[in-house]
Design a protein around this ligand. Structure first.
Ligand code: TNX
Length: 731
């Protein structure tokens, strides 16, 4: 390979979507031979004009908002020029990017193709282009032509705006970020048990009541934010604006109204949608299992006709998602009307009731010329039309089942694609579907997972999902948590869904670090860096990174490192590795905390848990006493209820972490409470207050008992969950 060709292939490494062309260079279809060294490459100067096909006027505006070019006076033959055109032979979303000296052409198979070409063009420029503050002249160092097109027509991200309200400006920012990565679908999970986020003009109470919870709202929150009324919704005008903004960026918005389960919120506003039996659960308390629409009530379909006809008008997409996941079917079994329907239609189980419900809703959508999408458990009953699009989330197997039944399937198994999952053991997020970082997401391999060539015909595309129950506990007003959970995992999705397959992780990782980190910084993303590698050897703590990040650390065993902390330069000699915490930083991005295993080591001194809220038989106090798992009470906390931990031997420790609620979520917590300690088990002194159900206490000595005294009335749930105490020894 000549030096020039070598340089060129290194250069193309900077193009995230051309990545897979290495090592085959398949899509670089021609390389201009430079006549002289001077015209190697292309200068983008003040003199360059922008010409465009009239159908691309929005993309002209788009480019001009990033690069201060002059608009052409109408001729395509001017030079130097940047030219946007269409050639349908390139196919949907396909493009050619031709860079020659004095001329850059972006030719798309359609609007989306030109948009994708523009993104590759941006990737040829300094990262600063994403700040919308770049000045001319700019230089692209080689002349080349790239031709490329996506493997899948569906490359999506789902964002749950129901659990955590995410407003118009934040969503537009997400749209920008997804579009830079050539992702083309944003699936908005608009309703769930915790919120209704889209205005329905014929039923304004769905949002005037259902979009808010906590405070004086009749809807109690399940997750965090108890004291203040919290929430929001998109008006139809705002949604039209979002849809337009997204469409300009080649992103289609797919709305989801989650039915017939996950409907506790609308059931608070319209209790008549529920099944016909008297609730013996906790209707006044926010959380109960009454969350599904009754299948037998005609009035339900009338209400849904009202709602969905507006949804169909607001959203231009053909693809309306109506949920279908996690229906608590015991409700239908308790409902005389649903049971009568089962008998009348000679059904064998409640899944067929779900089929009936979904088919009726599908018919409503069909009348509005729309197609139905559902989550994968909705196909269990076996009666859904084959036109239904299935979103396979439960597992790879459930995706394959859907495909084998002949459904066009969006592949998004939680174990690779649920970005609300933790990325490392001591990081935030859920873990029910697994724990994975960008490398694991990127390792998803259709062939290895058993998808045959025939199966691949039914793969509509791929999607990642951000469920937001845990977000609420992480300052939803800030983007950082969403950024941290999303990037660079979404980069892996971008690569996978564009190319339809993955290459070596070390290859993508290098590309990310060498080229894409700086782009993400310029995009304003506070992404997750890979954790520094830590070794403790011969009394030295030694850290290494390979991504230009800087490491900072603390030595008190409790304070999280920031860029104000001590900077790590050289291996640290210490016999107390358990007190050190490290974290790397790179222009606003940061790694998880890294510490020696001894930092996480906990001790398990004999403890006895009691509460005034009753002991659940299935999850008894002994789970906590044995440091095995969590315990549950039989009811929610009231004022002055107590949780008491009594230690057999008075406790001395460096740190104790007491947590009520789920391990990943502030759900089923003691909402507010005083925390008191006692050296004799009789006299207590207040040492702090719960924050989102939890507290960390430091440097305790001679503690016989710790008491949590509730200062709240209710927690939006039917019980309190109590995790076992995490205690770190004195040393
Ligand atoms: C399962 S995925 C759910 C969501 C939760 C998510 C949390 C799906 C269709 N249902 O309701 O938010 O797990 O990870």
């Amino acid at each position: 390979m000549s030096i020039k060709l070598l340089l060129l292939s290194l250069f193309t490494l900077a193009i995230i979507d051309a990545l897979a062309t290495i090592p085959t260079a398949r899509r670089i279809i021609s390389i201009e031979k430079p006549h002289s060294i001077e015209d190697l490459g292309c200068e983008i100067s003040d003199a360059m004009t922008l010409s465009y096909h009239p159908s691309l006027v929005n993309l002209k505006k788009y480019i001009l908002s990033y690069i201060p070019l002059k608009e052409s006076r109408g001729s395509f033959s001017e030079e130097p020029a940047l030219i946007l055109t269409i050639d349908s032979l390139l196919g949907s979303e396909g493009y050619q990017l031709k860079v020659s000296s004095g001329r850059i052409e972006i030719i798309g198979g359609d609007y989306g193709g030109v948009f994708n070409g523009i993104q590759t063009f941006f990737q040829c420029l300094p990262p600063k282009v994403y700040t919308k503050n770049i000045s001319l002249p700019l230089k692209i160092d080689s002349c080349f032509t790239i031709e490329d097109s996506p493997a899948f027509s569906y490359r999506g991200v789902m964002i749950d705006v129901a659990r955590t309200w995410i407003g118009v400006e934040e969503i537009k920012r997400e749209i920008d970020l997804l579009s830079y990565h050539k992702l083309n679908k944003l699936h908005l999970h608009l309703t769930d048990d915790e919120g209704w986020r889209i205005e329905i003009k014929s039923h304004p109470d769905l949002t005037s009541i259902g979009a808010y919870r906590g405070g004086d709202s009749p809807i109690a929150p399940v997750y965090g934010k108890w004291d203040q009324k919290y929430g929001g919704y998109y008006t139809q005008e705002q949604m039209a604006d979002i849809i337009e903004y997204a469409a300009q960026r080649n992103i289609e918005i797919i709305p989801e109204i989650d039915l017939p389960g996950h409907s506790r919120n609308i059931a608070r506003v319209r209790p008549e949608i529920l099944c016909n039996y008297t609730s013996n659960t906790y209707a006044s308390n926010g959380y109960d299992e009454r969350s599904a629409w009754c299948v037998a009530k005609q009035s339900n379909y009338d209400l849904l006709e009202d709602i969905l006809s507006e949804i169909c008008t607001i959203f231009p997409t053909k693809n309306i998602h109506i949920g279908g996941d996690e229906v608590i079917m015991s409700q239908w079994r308790r409902c005389p009307d649903c049971m009568a329907l089962i008998r009348e239609r000679q059904m064998t189980d409640t899944h067929q009731l779900e089929d009936l419900f979904i088919s009726r809703v599908s018919n409503i959508l069909k009348q509005h010329d729309k197609n139905t999408s559902v989550w994968d458990e909705a196909i269990i009953g076996g009666g859904l039309s084959k036109e239904t699009i299935v979103y396979g989330w439960q597992s790879v197997k459930s995706c394959l089942t859907s495909i084998n039944k002949g459904y066009s399937t969006v592949v998004m198994p939680g174990a690779y694609f649920y970005i609300d999952m933790k990325q490392g053991k001591h990081e935030p997020g859920h873990n029910w579907a697994g724990m994975f970082d960008t490398e694991k997401s990127y390792s998803f391999n259709f062939k290895k997972e058993g998808f045959t060539t025939h199966n691949m015909n039914f793969v509509k595309g791929m999607q990642m999902a951000f469920w937001s129950e845990a977000y609420i506990s992480n300052s939803p007003e800030k983007y950082d948590y969403l950024d941290y959970m999303s990037f660079p995992r979404l980069c892996a999705l971008s690569e996978l869904s564009w190319h339809g397959k993955s290459y070596d992780w070390s290859y993508l990782n290098r590309k990310l670090i060498d080229n894409h980190y700086d782009r993400m910084v310029a995009m304003g993303i506070k992404f997750r860096l890979s954790p520094p590698k830590l070794r403790y050897n011969g009394g030295f703590l030694e850290l290494t990174v390979d991504d230009r990040s800087q490491i900072y650390y603390t030595i008190d065993g409790r304070t999280e490192p920031t860029i104000e902390s001590k900077k790590y330069n050289i291996a640290i000699k210490t016999d107390k590795p358990h007190l050190y915490q490290f974290r790397s930083f790179y222009s606003g991005a940061n790694s998880p905390i890294v510490a020696h295993s001894s930092f996480y080591k906990i001790v398990t001194p004999p403890v006895e848990l009691t509460t005034t809220m009753g002991e659940s038989k299935r999850t008894p106090y002994s789970n906590v006493n044995g440091y095995k798992t969590f315990a549950r009470t039989t009811r929610a906390p009231r004022l002055k209820d107590e949780i008491l931990y009594t230690f057999t031997t008075p406790l001395a420790c460096r740190e104790i972490y007491l947590q009520t609620g789920d391990s990943a979520l502030p759900k089923a917590i003691v909402t507010t409470g005083d925390v008191e300690i006692s050296s004799n088990g009789v006299d207590f002194t207040k040492v702090g207050e719960l924050d989102m159900g939890s507290i960390r206490l430091y440097d305790l000595k001679n503690v016989k008992a710790i008491r949590i005294a509730s200062t709240c009335n209710g927690n939006g749930c039917a019980f309190v969950t109590i995790q076992y105490p995490r205690i770190k020894s004195v040393k």
